[in-house]
Design a protein around this ligand. Sequence first.
Ligand SMILES: NC(=O)c1ccc[n+]([C@@H]2O[C@H](COP(=O)([O-])OP(=O)(O)OC[C@H]3O[C@@H](n4cnc5c(N)ncnc54)[C@H](O)[C@@H]3O)[C@@H](O)[C@H]2O)c1
Length: 452
Amino acid sequence: MYKSKLPKLNNCNVGIIGLGYVGLPLALKIANQKQCLVTQKKTNRKVIGYDIDKIRIEELNRGIDKKNIFSKKIINDTKNIIFTHKMHTLMRSEVFIITVPTPINIKNEPDLYFLKEASKIVGECIKGQNYKGRNPIIIYESTVYPGVTEEICVPLIEQISGKKYNCEKYTNSFYLGYSPERINPGDLKKTIDSITKVTSGCNKYIANWIDSFYKSFISAGTFKASNIKVAEAAKIIENTQRDINIALVNELSILFKKLNINTNEVLDAANTKWNFQRYSPGLVGGHCIGVDPYYLTFKAKEIGLNTKLISAGRSINDYMHEYFFEQVLTKLKKREKTLKYEDILLLGLSYKSNCGDIRNSQLISLVKNIQKKKMKITIVDPLVNKKEVFNEIGLESLDIIPKLKKYSVIIFALYHKEFEKLGVRELSKISQKNTIIFDLTNKLSGENVFNL
Ligand SMILES: NC(=O)c1ccc[n+]([C@@H]2O[C@H](COP(=O)([O-])OP(=O)(O)OC[C@H]3O[C@@H](n4cnc5c(N)ncnc54)[C@H](O)[C@@H]3O)[C@@H](O)[C@H]2O)c1
């Protein structure tokens, strides 16, 4: 029998720290789940959505999600939830879930600033609290390399709260788990509800509690990892594997271009083998695939291991926007006499289709290279935040394509649903006779259409 008292599974106050792409869907999901999916018992959890960004909180309190994932109606209709930037409100929580960013710095090394700050906030919140004898549970969802949760976050919480970690006999303790988020922003099928949740805890009782907690609202169910490090490592290798697979096909596409072989045709042919896995060449960006492998290489380096394959994958994928721009310049050079001016139209700016996130978008890097060459560019992306774009590149992003212009280069970069109706015929209306169309989405075909 476990001696420590734990928060009541179906009736606890849950604080979500960081209300971004990961935290907000989670907060709304927990608040809206009225019945435990396993026991069918009624749940009555209160969710305290906490973020240090006051503007985000003020918007959410008006039902506005600037990330364009949730409608005003969904947010406003959600009961049992408070959005706050005040720590004393967060203090009412006895379960804390941390969903803050884990980016990389300029040297491509993990930047754990947000995670450390969030841990300190939790430490402050649980300091001196008795919780009617129940010990609080803290769950990390942010992506990290194995060891961060227990070796970096726990000491900070212990130091600030004065409580002991994972101490069953000690009434003044706190417990911890790690459960990575695996959502795919912009993908309406892969939502929080439909992805198996990997869970873990600092001991088997806490692991069971955390596993039951997620099982109670995630219909896809859970997978209980044997310990926290396993769960941390599982998340980071998912994205590392994807990065390497894309890097391989990117490298092959560079080779095949030089050999004058069509990469897509090669992939079509190879894909007829039962165990061939098809990946398409492309620009890897964003907050996960382009970042997470660096967390792993950092940890490896720390223990004296040089992870050559992972690093090679990263450097190939990081180079792709430059390679792509070289392709554009080469094609333009061949045709410059027949084109009137070098005005480029870029369709899509975020890091992936159907998502407005511009963080680490290689299209942003592409635009910066275009700007360095002093070429004119028109950007159309209805999903991005215009202010963020302006701060990043000093240019406006338009919602729709200006009709009266004729572009010499069109880069069809993302397949946002707003662009789904665009085909070669539609693009020809804004093209000159010899306009070059670069299709990074593999959706177009035609004489003047080129792929990576
Ligand atoms: N975005 C994704 O698709 C995705 C998918 C799986 C995992 N992840 C991981 O989840 C984590 C969160 O990513 P995200 O995309 O939701 O980030 P995000 O930038 O969209 O949101 C993070 C939020 O945390 C807030 N924040 C920062 N420091 C804080 C603090 N000390 N206290 C309270 N709030 C704070 C920010 O203001 C922001 O609103 C990262 O580790 C990421 O790698 C992201």
